[in-house]
Design a protein around this ligand. Structure first.
Ligand SMILES: Cc1cc2nc3c(=O)[nH]c(=O)nc-3n(C[C@H](O)[C@H](O)[C@H](O)COP(=O)(O)OP(=O)(O)OC[C@H]3O[C@@H](n4cnc5c(N)ncnc54)[C@H](O)[C@@H]3O)c2cc1C
Length: 458
């Protein structure tokens, strides 16, 4: 492949390098915090984690006073960037989870996250949140014999954790009856949904505010400290003094000292086309509009949006030196745009000339062991981060876990496999950057030559 690391003549002009979802609903952030406040629970981060935690706490005890501080607007982080696949996946993969924790614990965790997926749908209907949720699931697909082996392995593992009924391996012809792509060699359907993540975040913000949660947008937490037994969140507009503290900032969590080496922001890119006309839609047989995810280390995935655009995402996921999350430097990545344009053409030759309207990236929080971590430090700080790119359903579960940890309830949630688990740390720079480069190269090599390295690497 040509070196695509620089903008070349092949990069289409007129692409917006901003998040498509943001244009589906305008945001007017609420006012920042402007005075000192005292409360029961202070939360840093107005994404799904922070807001679901507040939601479940208020449900459990409406008398609790809760303040959330969000440096931008609620949903400005990964929650509003996500590609909208509501998946049962915990961490990086089913295989990683079963091998790391054993069948029984994996089974319990999958059952709990499965419940979150159903409850998300119910939440949207109950609260009139128009998250454009399409509960039609998605396909895990293979485009080679080696990927078919991975699908067979996942079907076996799913059987071990009791999800066999929903997973049935389709051969090439059966799979193409569902998604008419000449690239697809086999598939199985996973129960789940597609949604508009930005609208879910904005709807959730409206709901928690309605429950009496104080959500301060445009409020950057500059430090969190402990003074006289209380947690203090310092912001430019005032201090939040709280009995309990939650840090729910996922890929940003490395900004808080105890978590500096526990989570790494890794960039994930997507392209979104112009809306397809009826004529263009008729060129490819895709009757039920399910999404699909290709079974490889650096997954490639595709889905329709509610206004019939095609969203294609995935491919190599870079880590930038020093945990760099600056949108000004990395939101545009022509190399990723061209990779995804190539993937789109491979899957759907009839659509190879569709115009790309948006190309952008966002930061996924990765942990060293490729599973999320939820828990409480010895200092009484409650945390959740590291969803490894599968956080829409999991943050809902994490909200319940944090509720139970804060209310000191011994429950199924507070005993899940990723709760209060000892974790390995990433090394300091430049070792962290070198390590990421090495691992990325190895995983990409395995994707290209699956028969040379058959062992599951992550
Ligand atoms: C590009 C991309 C695609 C994804 N696609 C999917 C998908 O299809 N399916 C899926 O299940 N998951 C997906 N994910 C993962 C999922 O979006 C996340 O796991 C989930 O949204 C994490 O929610 P969160 O609330 O923990 O973090 P965030 O949504 O990132 O929220 C953290 C918030 O904290 C705020 N913050 C940070 N520091 C401070 C501070 N000092 N003071 C105040 N506020 C602060 C940030 O502004 C941010 O709004 C994707 C993620 C990305 C980035």
């Amino acid at each position: 492949m040509a070196n695509l690391s620089q903008t070349g003549p092949s990069v289409q002009a007129g692409i917006k390098h901003s998040i498509y979802w943001r244009d589906t609903e305008a945001v007017e952030p609420g006012p920042p915090l402007s005075e000192d406040v005292h409360c029961d629970v202070g939360i840093v981060g107005g994404g799904y984690t922070g807001m679901w935690t507040a939601y479940f706490l208020k449900q459990a005890d409406p008398s609790l006073s809760i303040h959330i501080v969000e440096m931008d607007y609620a949903g400005a982080g990964a929650s509003g960037h996500a590609d909208g696949f509501v998946t049962p996946t915990i961490g990086h993969s089913l295989a990683g989870l079963v091998h790391g924790f054993g069948t029984e614990r994996a089974k319990t965790a999958y059952a709990v996250v499965g419940r979150s997926m159903l409850e998300l749908d119910r939440f949207c209907r109950k609260h009139d949140v128009d998250a454009e949720l399409e509960p039609n699931g998605y396909f895990s697909v293979a485009t080679s014999e080696a990927q078919l082996r991975l699908l067979r392995r996942d079907v076996d593992l799913a059987e071990r954790i009791g999800a066999r009924n929903s997973l049935q391996l389709l051969d090439r012809e059966q799979a193409r009856e569902r998604i008419g792509s000449p690239a697809i060699h086999g598939a199985f359907k996973v129960g789940g949904a597609l949604l508009n993540p930005h609208r879910l975040a904005r709807g959730l913000a409206r709901v928690v505010r309605g429950m009496g949660v104080h959500l301060h947008e445009q409020t950057l937490a500059t430090s969190v400290t402990k003074e006289n037994g209380k947690h203090v969140i310092t912001t430019s507009g005032g201090r939040v003094v709280a009995d309990r503290l939650v840090l729910g900032t996922d890929a940003y969590q490395h900004g808080f000292r105890p978590f500096r080496h526990r989570v790494k922001p890794v960039w994930s890119y997507a392209v979104v086309t112009e809306p397809l006309t009826d004529e263009q839609l008729a060129q490819v047989h895709w009757p039920d509009r399910e999404g699909f995810v290709e079974a490889r280390n650096f997954i490639i995935f595709g889905r329709f949006t509610a206004d019939n655009r095609l969203l294609f995402g995935g491919g190599p996921a870079p880590y930038f030196y020093g945990r760099d999350m600056a949108e000004s430097r990395h939101m545009r990545r022509d190399e990723a745009t061209e990779f995804l344009r190539g993937a789109l053409a491979r899957y759907f030759p009839a659509w190879r000339d569709l115009r790309i309207a948006y190309s952008y990236g966002g930061c996924v929080g990765m942990t060293r062991d490729f599973v999320p971590h939820v828990g409480s430090t010895e200092d009484g700080v409650h945390y959740a981060y590291g969803y490894c790119g599968n956080g829409i359903a999991l943050t809902h579960t994490a909200g319940k876990i944090l509720r139970d940890l804060i209310l000191e309830r011994d429950s199924t949630y507070s005993n899940l496999l990723f709760v209060n688990r000892k974790e390995r740390r990433f090394p300091v720079e430049p070792l962290s950057w070198v390590g990421a480069k090495g691992l990325t190269a190895l995983l990409a090599f395995q994707d290209r030559h699956p028969n040379l390295i058959k062992r599951q690497l992550v």
